[in-house]
Design a protein around this ligand. Structure first.
Ligand SMILES: Cc1cc2nc3c(=O)[nH]c(=O)nc-3n(C[C@H](O)[C@H](O)[C@H](O)COP(=O)(O)O)c2cc1C
Length: 185
């Protein structure tokens, strides 16, 4: 089973990179039976959706779409490292999701969300709505990081025990769903 962690924030001064680096190394140690990969939407560098056909047709014209489709198609589960911008997910996340359809279908999704006092909970709820439309299964277990800026030391994210415990519960739940949904696919 392949779990792909998607770093969704693309700002030059983003804190998401520190959060994603922590979660990637935590998940590799914990594993829950997954092979784990980290992808960065800043590096994937998708333009605003520029495919002429509906994604469900999978008639992709652009190389950037074919590359992104391959990554998503080869993954069995996803964890999105998601900030909150104006009570919503970042546009980079929505754009990357909209590019594809079948490649997302019947796969579980978890969130490591972060922001100010809300810890990205509002952003996650909006994101789940979108993922449900992709026929994905967003799990309720989640890592939430309120006041993310208070957890950085020399640029590195330093987790609390609660962050680590929530990460473990989320990964275990996702392993169950990944097995069930792989059978279904
Ligand atoms: C455009 C913008 C809007 C934001 N809106 C919210 C918000 O609605 N709620 C919140 O908790 N934090 C908000 N923040 C604070 C971010 O959650 C915080 O800056 C976080 O570090 C952003 O993730 P990033 O650094 O990985 O881009 C906002 C930040 C930006 C840049």
């Amino acid at each position: 089973m392949k779990l792909t962690i998607v770093l969704t924030s693309t700002r030059p001064t983003r804190l998401g990179k520190s959060v994603a680096d922590w979660f990637y190394s935590y998940a590799k140690g914990e594993s829950a039976g997954f092979e784990i990969e980290l992808v960065d939407l800043k590096e994937i560098n998708l333009p605003l959706l520029d495919e002429p056909n509906h994604p469900s047709m999978q008639k992709y014209e652009h190389e950037h779409t074919k590359r992104w489709a391959k990554i998503v198609d080869e993954s069995d589960a996803f964890v999105f490292v998601l900030p909150e911008y104006n009570h919503a997910p970042p546009p980079s996340f929505v754009n990357a999701v909209d590019y594809l359809y079948k490649e997302w279908n019947y796969k579980p999704a978890g969130f490591v969300s972060y922001g100010g006092i809300s810890g990205g909970i509002r952003s996650t709820e909006v994101a789940k709505h979108l993922l449900a439309t992709m026929e994905m299964v967003p799990v309720k277990q989640q890592v939430m990081i309120p006041m993310v800026f208070d957890h950085l030391e020399d640029g590195a994210f330093v987790p609390t025990e609660m962050h680590e415990q929530s990460a473990k519960v989320m990964l275990d739940t996702m392993a169950h769903w990944s097995n069930a949904l792989k059978t279904m696919r």
